[in-house]
Ligand binder design. Sequence first.
Ligand code: NAD
Ligand code: TYD
Length: 365
Amino acid sequence: MPRLLVTGGAGFIGANFVHHRLNHHPEDRVVVLDALTYAGNLASLQPVKGRPALRFVRGDIRDTALVEGLLREEGIDTIVHFAAESHVDRSIHGPDAFIDTNVQGTHSMLKAARQVWLEERAAPAHRFHHVSTDEVYGSLGPDDPAFHEGTAYAPNSPYSASKAASDHLVRAYHHTYGLSVTTSNCSNNYGPFHFPEKLIPLTIVNLLHGRPLPLYGDGRNVRDWLHVSDHCRGLDLILEKGRPGEVYNIGGGVESENVRLIETLCQVADGAFRERKSLASRFPDCPAAREERTASLIRFVRDRPGHDRRYAIDCGKIGRELGYRAQVSLEAGLRDTLDWYLANEWWWRAVMDGSYQRWIDTHYR
Ligand code: NAD
Ligand code: TYD
């Protein structure tokens, strides 16, 4: 029976992964370690709250003694390491937290795993899986081939530089100490429980309120969009069949310019308002409530400094070796995501007005 420690399990991808594991692998023990920063929300674990297989611990990955204690006490044999500072724009305004959490924090996790799994020989069969990003590879020109696992690292933002450093530390602990590690570098995720400061959830919440939809620069930066459920399936495959020491890229196989993506999302919203008349009374400020085009809210704003032009992921390796294939098309994924935000207004309202954070600060000092 796998016994998992999931760091950052109250964040966007981590929470989706916890739901996925508890639903598809009910035999697992899942311990979530999360500091509940602004990006972490216990509300995201609400649907699985109370499951005996799940334990939540509020704590910091930089607390090596805490992590060592959890590994021993829970007999953990698998770490899935999501915890990070993850927003590029925040890293531009305040890089320090990114170095502390992403570099020092990952090193703290590796030290704890080495101590308990290798020095104390607590888990001869173990796995440290590190979740990283395609942003470590830098920016592509329009005709460049997609990033593959051998692409040279060229991180451009404090966020991607801190993730690149953490990837190198994970690699070094494998080569130097023999820790059994795998790393995945994935593209831009989207789906349920996504904090509304990232492009897709920000757009959804803004369009529902009739607020401007900001696109940086000319809006023609390209991203590869990965539905978070496909990401979770890819992570499962790596945990089950991935070779220790290896890196796997995970993508959605869909490249889109930001402006095209947001126009499509606006069309999906227009369709939803046409089909469901009750939406107009719930969200009267959305242009679609007046049968106007939601895309009229798009505004081009000042560009992000150092904004990477294009990311694209070659997932040939994980496809060939582990049988991965993205299953969710971009349009279906956007439709499902909009539906999720419409059905879970309580979640994003609580996250955005800070009431959940206040509750957490009272209950989890
Ligand atoms: P997120 O910001 O939504 O969640 C991060 C979680 O980590 C939060 O719950 C936060 O409370 C927790 N955390 C932060 N600092 C911590 C600390 N010191 N100790 C313990 N917990 C801490 O991030 P996400 O979007 O879910 O991303 C998860 C991982 O995937 C990150 O490592 C990120 O770099 C990577 N990634 C994300 C994307 C994406 O599109 N979101 C793409 C590629 C890679
Ligand atoms: P984001 O969701 O922040 O992810 P990342 O920077 O890690 O790719 O942004 C996705 C793309 O959308 C990126 O090119 C920046 C752009 N963007 C906007 O144009 N407007 C916005 O308000 C935000 C948050 C992002």
